[in-house]
Design a protein around this ligand. Structure first.
Ligand code: G
Ligand code: MN
Length: 261
């Protein structure tokens, strides 16, 4: 059987559209003590190796065309599983996608987001873009124009893994940012390491001064969860709350939550 190949990848890469699998990691809204969003994570199905994490395949996809191609497939697959589920989210629910800078200003990406929201208009979903830290971002008229268009569509903008890679303070000065994500790199040491704790506190404080919400990622224990909440995080994400789930596990997670109300 012919399997559609992905375009724009490095020579010799043989990924197919059907190999891309969306995973969902639930995000806890601290004030509501409830889940009202999830980060969509890309996994690749390999016949011998099983599920591969992005670190194992992103290098092969590492062009603007390659990233646009896998992002397109991922968003279409998410759309398909949400529609196949057959009913909307109970409350307004945010789905966040990781998007590198080189894809953000592509007109095709804006169309993709518009179609995503249009096709899921009856499912109570809003869209968040996590600008990833791996690529140096050039703040130019093109990028700012794209972000303006996205915001006009009510898409929110997050800075992923803030304080690592290229995700630095300067982005706060130049981009319209709604949310900052504190990475595992700082979260993991929050109890034991003074520097990690200070960086997390300062990030939360700065974000709140600017009217920006904070998601602390990589929360792996109850102790860290408690500490992060006390430090003022608005959202919490990590293995302690939930591991990344496949679509059916994720919808079951959502259904179990709504049964409480
Ligand atoms: O860079 P980004 O924040 O998008 O990375 C998300 C990755 O981190 C995912 O691949 C996910 O599986 C992993 N992850 C999510 N929660 C945790 C956690 O609590 N601990 C660790 N070690 N990894 C996590
Ligand atoms: Mn992310």
């Amino acid at each position: 059987m012919h399997k559609p190949r992905l375009t724009g990848l490095s020579a010799g890469t043989v990924f197919c559209e059907s190999d891309i699998v969306p995973y969902f990691q639930p995000v806890c809204n601290v004030a509501q003590n409830d889940c009202d969003g999830a980060e969509v994570l890309m996994r690749l199905w390999h016949p011998e190796k099983g599920l591969i994490l992005p670190a194992g395949f992103l290098d092969a996809v590492n062009t603007s065309d390659g990233m646009l191609s896998v992002t397109t497939v991922l968003m279409q697959k998410v759309k398909a599983v949400v529609i196949a589920r057959g009913y909307p989210f109970h409350n307004a629910f945010t789905l966040a996608f990781n998007i590198p800078a080189s894809v953000l200003s592509r007109p095709e990406f804006l169309c993709l987001c518009r179609d995503f929201l249009q096709d899921l208009r009856d499912y109570n979903i809003s869209l968040m873009i996590e600008v990833t830290e791996r690529e140096c971002l050039v703040v130019n008229a093109e990028l700012l124009g794209s972000l303006q268009v996205l915001r006009a569509m009510s898409v929110s903008i997050a800075l992923d893994d803030f304080g690592t890679g290229y995700s630095g303070l300067w982005l706060l000065k130049h981009l319209p940012v709604d949310n900052i994500k504190v990475p595992l790199e700082f979260t993991s040491g929050i109890i034991t390491d003074h520097v990690s704790a200070c960086i997390t506190d300062a990030t939360i404080q700065l974000a709140h001064w600017l009217g920006i919400s904070v998601t602390v990622e990589g929360v792996e224990s109850e102790k860290i969860m408690t500490s992060v909440k006390e430090r003022g995080a608005d959202f919490v994400q990590g293995y302690y709350y939930s591991r990344p789930l496949n679509a059916s596990q994720f919808f079951l997670f959502c259904d179990t939550l709504t049964q409480r109300y």
